[in-house]
Ligand binder design. Structure first.
Ligand SMILES: NC(=O)C1=CN([C@@H]2O[C@H](COP(=O)(O)OP(=O)(O)OC[C@H]3O[C@@H](n4cnc5c(N)ncnc54)[C@H](OP(=O)(O)O)[C@@H]3O)[C@@H](O)[C@H]2O)[C@H](O)CC1
Ligand code: K
Length: 501
């Protein structure tokens, strides 16, 4: 796992590296700038590009000056450096880099606090005005300049963090931020890159390694982790020789009404394709033909109208409840019965989440290790209205710890909050997956992994990863605009085989 550090912790890691490597801070700046330039020249190979580098007078600006110098050395000769002298302060490493660049023959301009905005002919703008040192929202000269840059509608590549973007913590919804087409960020993605509030400001981001002390980074207490493929490979277990269906558990999916049988089919398919030895769907009688036709491998328990189904709860190694279930009295009675009769972790999704939100007394019977899989609206129904995703992240980790459960809060970088108060950010998935039924398949996958005896935490982290990875494998090479959930479920055996090979 990659610990996701706050800006303050990154500064600590920075200072630690300077002392222990040892390396001077200006040489660390040189290394960071070199890493930026390495990525930049690979991506923008035309040396005739006209480039403007906007620099502040802190270390982000110092990076900007070093980057301009290095690009010039790489024969990008049309470089114009604009230094925003909006503060009387400048860092030592900024000044060192200013001295280094002064006599190289590049165009250097200073922007003063006189409100005059610079003319701009360059086609690419490098934003090195402010980085992770941002300590208040942009205002005055910086805000005006940021708005001016945004109005130019040029390609903007930001150094580390777009100017005005808070790397972590609650960011005002109306904050002015330089809009970046690409952010080349140092060492790790910043926490707020992973939250939807970044969407208007950042089109995409890339991480470049600047060699901060790995051991020290790992030793820093971080509540937030970024999940990588390596982590999933170490979680997933290959299927064993001499195993049989009993080895891989029996999942029960309680889902579907007459008009929402699709949800039951898709979550059951998710469970079957993710490898549960047996999958039983608990469905209304009217859905039986559909179930048998869609996937004959599935088994059924019939729900008769108004009556609780006769279920031998203990025969199941994992249970999910909710997709397409509805919120009528029968659904509530069923959810109550599941909580009362089953004391192992339960996957609670969709309508079951809404029932839990409306009937708070149900909480007292929620088994430890239970997994809630809400999207944003379901999350707010459960835990109250939130103004932004940073707040949701805090609530998710708090509630997971309070109730000893896992919360899978779905989004581009789905986060899994665990009972120890941590949050794990997923790195797979894509926009082609934004279709109805995708969440149902995810519920099935997580339930399947639980049935196969993965811990609730591992089932969530690996389940979310596999779901996104299968979607990526379908969408990316084939340039598919939309990936349908049923097709994604069918991809799972291949995705899992590659990760356990
Ligand atoms: N380990 C790494 O990742 C490395 C990162 N590097 C680069 O360093 C920057 C961070 O540099 P820093 O000097 O800490 O901060 P900035 O350059 O972002 O900001 C400079 C000063 O600007 C002032 N400030 C903050 N917010 C505002 C604002 N809204 N309006 C006006 N001014 C603002 C503040 O100074 P004050 O005196 O006003 O408090 C900032 O200190 C990081 O992003 C990387 O690019 C290193 O090069 C290598 C290691
Ligand atoms: K920047």
């Amino acid at each position: 796992m990659l610990p996701l550090l706050t800006a303050q912790q990154i500064r600590q890691a920075d200072a630690h590296t300077v002392i222990t490597e040892p390396i001077s801070s200006v040489n660390l700046m040189e290394r960071a700038s070199k890493a930026f330039v390495g990525w930049f020249i690979n991506h923008f190979q035309d040396k005739d590009l006209t480039i403007a580098v906007y620099c502040g007078t802190g270390n982000n600006g110092g990076d900007g000056l070093a980057i301009a110098r290095m690009l010039y050395d790489h024969r990008y000769l049309n470089i114009d450096v604009k230094i925003a002298r909006f503060s009387d302060n400048a860092t030592e490493d900024f000044n060192t880099n200013l001295d280094r660049i002064k006599n190289m023959g590049l165009d250097l301009h200073e922007l003063k606090r006189d409100g005059v905005l610079p003319a701009e002919n360059a086609s690419i703008l490098i934003d090195a005005l402010l980085g992770s040192g941002l300590n208040k929202p942009l205002s005055g000269d910086y805000e005006q300049l940021a708005q001016h840059i945004n109005a130019l509608n040029k390609t903007v590549v930001a150094v580390d963090v777009p100017t005005g973007f808070l790397p972590d913590g609650e960011m005002a919804a109306d904050a002015t931020v330089v809009k970046a087409d690409l952010v080349i960020t140092f060492q790790q993605p910043k926490l707020n890159f992973l939250l939807p509030e970044s969407a208007p400001h950042i089109n995409c981001w890339e991480v470049v390694n600047i060699g901060l002390d790995e051991g020290f980074v790992q030793s820093l207490e971080s509540s937030y982790q970024f999940v990588s493929e390596k982590d999933i490979k170490s979680i997933l277990k290959p299927r064993k020789r001499f195993s049989n269906k009993g080895t891989y558990g029996h999942a029960l999916i309680i889902a579907g009404q007459a008009k929402t049988m699709g949800a039951a089919l898709l979550s059951s398919a998710g469970s079957a394709y993710a490898g549960a030895g047996l999958t039983t769907a608990c469905i209304p009688e009217s859905g039986l033909t559909a179930l048998n036709t869609y996937l004959p491998e599935l088994m059924a328990i019939i729900r008769k109208e108004g009556a609780l189904p006769d279920v031998n709860w203990e025969q199941f190694t994992a249970i999910a409840i909710g997709p397409g279930l509805g919120k009528d009295t029968a659904a509530l009675n069923l959810l109550t019965a599941v909580f009362e009769n089953y004391n192992k972790p339960i996957v609670v999704d969709a309508d079951a989440l809404n029932l839990l939100a409306e009937n708070t007394s149900l909480w007292q019977n929620v088994p430890e290790g239970t997994i809630l899989t809400p999207h944003m609206k379901e999350f707010d129904r459960l835990f109250g209205k939130h103004n932004n995703w940073w707040q949701r992240l805090q609530t998710a980790t708090k509630m997971a710890a309070k109730h000893h459960i896992c919360i899978v809060l779905k989004n581009d970088y789905t986060m899994v909050a665990t009972p120890d108060g941590k949050a794990y950010f997923n790195s797979t998935s894509n926009a082609a997956m934004a279709t109805g039924g995708m969440g149902d398949v995810l519920t099935g996958i997580i339930t399947s992994l639980l049935a196969q005896k993965y811990s609730p935490q591992d089932a969530c982290i690996a389940g979310v990863y596999l779901h996104g990875k299968a979607g990526d494998e379908l969408a990316t090479p084939n340039r598919m605009n939309v990936v349908l959930p049923g097709r994604l479920a069918q991809q799972l055996p291949l995705t899992m085989a590659k990760l356990t090979a």
